[in-house]
Write a protein that binds this ligand. Structure first.
Ligand SMILES: N[C@@H](CCC(=O)N[C@@H](CS)C(=O)NCC(=O)O)C(=O)O
Length: 189
């Protein structure tokens, strides 16, 4: 099978480090590399940010959400992105929330320079946990009531890492959801 292209990631980035696993689960054949292993990454990608991909047609794509969409769109598992307008809208909703509000909030908290700032920024993160926990009280998965989507997979990858620093056990629905998503085959390779 011809290669589908190259995915650039950083192992430390939960925005990007799961995309190799996603591609494999989607039966796609991408090389997965860190930018430092290629001499011209900064010339090819002027923002110097990951994730990024170069497709088999030589097209360069940046932005996590565009990349997630592309990988699923060229696969035979398109239902991971939702199967109709309503479902896909919910998938994009959650991808956008975690890629933007949540990850920015997380970075801001990590970069807090004093205790007051840290407390204030932590309270924003906690409000997000409460929000997600409440949403998960009424359905099994983030975007859909009864079927996993890429929104769950992306979010799991972020929150699993977060849970190593911030215990999430007080958020019962969220914790139950984490345990459920962990069993998905995408995380087994
Ligand atoms: N808007 C971009 C943000 C990408 C981004 O900020 N990536 C971070 C890692 S999570 C990065 O590459 N940082 C390295 C840098 O800023 O030089 C997206 O959604 O993909």
């Amino acid at each position: 099978m011809a290669k589908n292209g190259t995915i650039y990631i950083l192992e430390g980035s939960s925005r990007a480090n799961w995309l190799g696993k996603l591609a494999k689960f989607l039966d796609l054949d991408f090389d997965v590399v860190e930018p430092k292993s290629v001499a011209n990454f900064n010339d090819e990608f002027p923002l110097h940010k990951i994730p990024a991909i170069v497709t088999d047609k030589g097209v360069k794509i940046t932005e996590a959400l565009a990349i997630i969409y592309y990988l699923i769109a060229i696969s035979n598992k398109k239902e991971l992105y939702g199967s109709n307008i309503d479902e896909t809208t919910q998938v994009i909703r959650w991808l956008a929330f975690f890629n933007q509000d949540f990850l920015i909030g997380l970075g801001t908290w990590r970069r807090s320079v004093n205790d007051d700032e840290k407390e204030k920024n932590l309270s924003i993160l906690k409000s997000y946990f409460v929000y997600v926990d409440n949403e998960l009280k009424s359905r099994k998965y983030l975007a859909l009531p009864d079927r996993i989507t890429v929104a769950d997979i992306f979010t799991y990858n972020i929150l699993k890492k977060v849970s190593l620093t911030l215990p999430l056990t007080e958020y019962q629905s969220l914790s139950k959801w984490l345990a459920e998503i962990e069993t998905h085959p995408v995380f087994k390779n």
